[in-house]
Design a binder for this molecule. Structure first.
Ligand code: GUN
Ligand code: FE
Length: 429
């Protein structure tokens, strides 16, 4: 398959590459997985690729093809919790989130939300997500089944929470671990699906459950780990009371063997320099969730200190603490939050860097660099077709753009689901 349109992709160093008249060629590999074969300028590539037998060219004038977005942290069961008002994280969990998640013991209910959630991701141009389910094993079966039907690369896990949680969402220490192992064996590596060991956060798991999670993480090395850390000051005080011997909140996870490659911690706002060094040393990633951090008044991720420490990070919506499924809203909020970080002066994130954090950078942080989130040869062919003229104001702004930064920034600031004309997922046949 050959597409002709403007084309955005990323170099290995993260810088954006742009062809105003581009060519993208894809073909199935031996397993039937559609992959990028060539990407670049139409002028340079068309002679070689359009002459091949069976080549069909789809010409998309005025459109821009870009990598599918990767959401590093989201809660599919919180689709209906978006916009629930509360005074910060802990009241929000108690009054809205836990009561709502209790409904997912019902498989039919979970199926319905999973279907809506995945359609909403695709409508917003998100082709891969690392998502929490709930503590009910059912809720994992629901999202995995629905993602498999759509051919999406999706990573999910059953929440472990055996204390400080109400009836209806609290699991049993041992049973939660047994269910986790059963679900790893049922889903991890099936088609494009992956499993994530998912302790909700340190306060809602006993040391015994965290220890068991760490043991599973050591036995199943290519399974992901996901949790929350250092989001909110009340939460951090609580963790200090519960784990007085730990060096820090992040240190709790390290003590239980939950920091390694493919571990992803949401928020990472109130870290110290030792925590940042530990993230780097353990090849563990941060999922930055700026619309959630603004909604719950949690604080601001510090990009400058993250870059100085050189650990992996990427962007995430954190729906339903987050306010939108749209990657454009998340990138816009990240821009604002980046400025508000602890040393405000003279710092602004570049448009190409924001976009990278939600595509190739997020993929790299998940350990899927070169697999998704980019349109370089060999990548799986998950991509979006954008229509930069989808609203009157966007049409004006993008037509006036003289540089790539201006074009990308117009879309980051003004874009939403209307900008996504098509989302193409490269389902294996
Ligand atoms: N910490 C523990 N659980 C949650 C959750 O569901 N959302 C957010 N934002 N933080 C959490
Ligand atoms: Fe979250």
């Amino acid at each position: 398959k050959i597409y002709r349109s403007a084309l955005l992709r990323f170099a290995p160093d993260g810088s954006p590459l742009y062809d105003s008249d581009g060519l993208l060629a894809t073909a199935p590999d031996a397993q039937g997985q559609e992959r990028v074969v060539a990407a670049g300028s139409w002028q340079a590539l068309q002679a070689q690729y359009t002459q091949q037998a069976g080549a069909q060219v789809q010409h998309l004038p005025g459109r821009l093809i870009a990598p599918g977005f990767v959401d590093m942290h989201i809660h599919y069961p919180q689709t209906d919790v978006i916009g629930a008002p509360a005074d910060g994280l802990l009241p929000w969990l108690e009054h809205y989130t836990f009561p709502h998640e209790a409904r997912f013991h019902d498989r039919a209910y979970a199926d319905g939300v999973a279907e809506f959630f995945l359609d909403e991701l695709l409508r917003n141009g998100v082709t891969t997500a690392l998502t929490f389910a709930t503590s009910h094993p059912n809720s994992v079966d629901a999202i995995m089944t629905a993602a498999q039907q759509r051919g999406m690369r999706m990573i999910a896990g059953k929440v472990l929470q055996d204390r400080h949680s109400p009836d209806g969402v609290r699991d049993d220490t041992e049973q939660g671990l047994i269910d986790t192992e059963t679900l790893i064996q049922r889903w991890h590596g099936v088609d494009r699906l992956g499993y994530a060991i998912t302790p909700r956060f340190a306060p809602t798991s006993t040391p015994a459950q965290l220890r068991g999670a760490g043991e599973l993480a050591a036995r199943y090395r290519d399974v992901w780990i996901q949790s929350h850390v250092s989001e909110n000051l009340d939460e951090i005080r609580w963790v200090r009371e519960l784990f007085p011997a730990a060096r820090s909140y992040l240190g709790v996870y390290d003590d239980f063997g939950l920091m390694r490659e493919r571990a992803v911690y949401a928020h990472c706002i109130w870290l110290d320099d030792e925590d940042r060094a530990l993230l780097r040393e353990k090849h563990t990633a941060a999922a930055i969730s700026p619309t959630s951090n603004l909604f719950l008044s949690s604080g601001y991720f510090d990009y400058q200190k993250a870059d100085a420490a050189d650990f992996r990070y990427g962007l995430a919506s954190d729906v339903g603490g987050g306010m939108s499924f749209s990657p454009f809203r998340t990138m816009q909020a990240a821009y604002v939050v980046g400025r508000e970080g602890h040393a405000k002066q003279g710092f602004s994130l570049k448009p190409g860097a924001l976009w990278w954090q939600h595509t190739a950078g997020a993929a790299q942080a998940l350990g899927l660099g070169g697999v998704i989130g980019n349109l370089q040869p060999g990548c799986e062919a998950d991509f979006v077709v954008l229509n930069p003229a989808c609203t009157p104001l966007l049409a004006r702004k993008t037509a006036q753009a003289e540089t790539l930064d201006e074009l990308l920034f117009a879309m980051i600031v003004l874009g939403d689901d209307r900008l996504i004309e098509q989302t193409i997922v490269s389902q294996a046949k």
